[in-house]
Design a protein around this ligand. Sequence first.
Ligand code: IVH
Length: 677
Amino acid sequence: MLLPMNKVSERYSELKKLISHNDFLYYTQDRPELSDYEYDQLFLELQNIEKQYPELETSDSPTQRVGGKVLDVFSKVAHRLPMLSLSNSYSPEDLNDFDQRVKKVLLLDELKEVEYFCEPKFDGLAIELIYENGLLVRALTRGDGTTGEDVTENIKTIRVIPLRLHHNKKGKEIPPLIEVRGEVIMFKNDFAELNETQQEAGVQTFANPRNAAAGSVRQLDSRIAAQRPLRFFAYALGATEKISFASQDECENQLGLWGLPVAEKNILRRVARGAKEIISFYQEVEALRPQLPFDIDGIVVKVNSFRLQEDLGLVARSPRWATAAKYKPAQATTLVENVIVQVGRTGALTPVAIMTPVKVGGVTITHATLHNQDEIDRKDVRIGDTVVIQRAGDVIPEIVSVIIEKRPKDSLAFKIPDHCPICHSEAKKIEGEVIYRCTNALCPSILKESLKHFASRRAMNLDKVGDRIIEALCDAQLLKKFSDFYRLTKEELLSIERQGEKSVQNVLLSVDKSKKTTLARLIYSFGIRFVGEQTAKTLANHFVHLDAFLSANMESLQQAPDIGPKVAQSIFDWLQNPDLIKDVHELIALGVTLESTQRKSTGALAGKSFLITGTLPVKRDEAKDFIEANGGKILSSVSKKLDFLVIGDDPGSKVERAIELEVKIISWEELTKMIPA
Ligand code: IVH
């Protein structure tokens, strides 16, 4: 059906706003209001409009986030104002000296305290975002400080970076030009997950989150960058027009109001008076460091007033008004007792160093991954070596270096075997990859790891069936394929070691609970190479029904959004294995049901639509599940179509809109009363 052009463009603007707003809620504020399904639907609608009416597409469309362009090189662009570096130090005493210097240059009385602004020193890649009239037009790396590289395509894929600054009544007007500087980083958990996927895919893993972030921003293929879980924090300005700030504090508050992520107020960013307060900030943040979701390598202290900053000026390429105080990385030395080779779900052989247990920054370390042969060769780690280890990314232990003087004379360089250490089949390296893989599809280790993946939380979520149980069941030949999970009996479970009545009960219960799942989860749980959670969701959205997916061919697979020939081939190969397909059919026969994305048409709330705003007494997701479980539908904005606006504390502007449109407004209590007990 063709809509009149003005309606299409109206809907197009509305969709752009809805999706951007939800990206902001989801990524920056961590409080999404839409389910993944609803979000995906809106996104598809937007993509379809752009496909049909390419003339409507604008550079601030959320579809730009998926990447597209592949470049040969990045072009070089001069910064309007140079990007400086910071003087740094490793001890709190140096912060005293810094404060003294500042006072001296400003000719201040010894007893007068200077107002400083403190925040973390983010450990990533410095980037400049150029906003013209609120629109992100370009993003540059720091480069040599004078000239950077144009990485706009990649930066646009970072969900926390607004493609257009948010208008906000509370703050200043958006100026014609503002350059925002900050750091692109990767969260520690995202980094660990990415490395795992990279390892399984047989491509290079990253040594730490900083390298992963920097490497991703400098990807020539923006579609790859789009798949990297990057984040950003803003902390400085470049050139601006028609706007001014009195202080760093005021500036970051405003950046936050425009939708840019800044360090958390009071906890990770605050004003401190005098050296004493800066030093306590340094110590407080050091104590928080292990709990932070991202790496920091110190704190940055800036004179808060921009006027005083100007008075202080620069020495060489560092400002006199700022300094970095770094934390020493937690390091220790220990002995490599052995190097073992683990075999992963896709057969990847990963060397792991087993070390004499040692405490590093409060955590006992015994294992460190050596990634692959290239990494072993580069560091030349051998069994018997004394090594310096460090918790890179504050969490993942890594071997930094070998203390050569302590090496035993008879030590030999470590070579990854050319056969699988588990089943002794041949291990092969695929052209262009750095990883050796076991070539035996029936390798017991591959099987074990596949079954662990199948049962894992984000896959089928057999939450009481831990890795140990899976290993014992495999060793006892009770578990040979996915469907065997659903054939387990109480007697069998009792027969494996250490299983008591109670835990057997729990295992059976969680197996039973896992039967209710979604097509996306099921596809993800198969553990097909290159099919992560996101790809599984794409496939589920595209094929809708399991049978359609199972009978897919190369052509239909590549019709799904973002599925290229390599991924399609991997899925297709998997689908050609009759044993696997038979196993999937058995899963269904044993009671695995796939929740359809079709909404329930029965229940006390059937036919009614709801929108939630403000803080409810229950979690937002729970509230939504509750409404949907009772047949209600969740809408994403206030419109005439909306039946009920459910409000909690601090409801915001949606209420005004609802009153205007005469939409019924109810509380959570009133909603729960709509459902018969
Ligand atoms: S302010 C003149 N604030 O540190 C200083 N920099 O050595 C302007 N960095 O290239 C930068 N966190 O990559 C500033 N909170 C922060 C920072 C920070 C990390 C990095 C940045 C810069 C380097 C300077």
